[in-house]
Write a new protein. Structure first.
Length: 179
């Protein structure tokens, strides 16, 4: 036989179960002796707890005046402790503190400046290397172009000399007095 869970029986006992489910639980309770005994035990315990009356407290609640007195006393003690603590605390040496902070700030500034300068130096070195590489490449290209121009010019000069030589030879043979 499948018995309902304890949580379902508690809801049933305190009338918190939905009507459809309540009917199922009532039908089960009518046929199951174990569940009837358990529900009856829980009902008796519930009734005993509901009938229990707590004894009255012997101590009367604190009045507003006594609470105010205790509050004033606590405030006085806290104020006294604060005042004594302030007087007992050493006075800070402002000039020494200022000097220490200045030294620390200068050291931090110098470190930051060194880091920044090192980064800029690396950038400049990289740029100079890049410019040197470009300069070398441009120089090599210019040299090659100039050599090409020189070779072409030399070839043209030789051709011009040869042409002039041919013209001179042609002119000598054309105008020679043998005719």
């Amino acid at each position: 036989m499948n018995h309902p869970e304890r949580s379902e029986w508690m809801s049933y006992l305190y009338d918190e179960t939905a009507t459809g489910r309540r009917g199922e639980l009532t039908a089960h309770l009518a046929t199951c002796a174990d569940c009837q005994r358990q529900i009856e035990t829980w009902r008796q315990t519930r009734d005993e707890l509901n009938g229990w009356i707590l004894p009255q407290s012997r101590r009367a609640p604190a009045s507003a005046t006594s609470v105010a007195r205790w509050g004033a006393a606590a405030l006085f003690l806290v104020g006294l402790g604060f005042g004594v603590g302030r007087r007992a605390a050493p006075t800070p040496n402002i000039s020494a503190l200022r000097t220490e902070v200045t030294v620390q700030l200068r050291a931090e500034f110098q470190n930051d400046l060194k880091t920044s300068l090192a980064a800029e130096r690396r950038e400049w070195v990289a740029l100079l290397k890049e410019m040197d590489t470009r300069h070398g490449t441009d120089y090599a290209a210019l040299r090659k172009d100039l050599e090409t121009v020189a070779v072409v010019a030399d070839a043209r000069i030789q051709r011009t000399q040869r042409d002039l030589g041919e013209i001179a030879a042609y002119t000598k043979t054309s105008f020679s007095p043998q005719q």
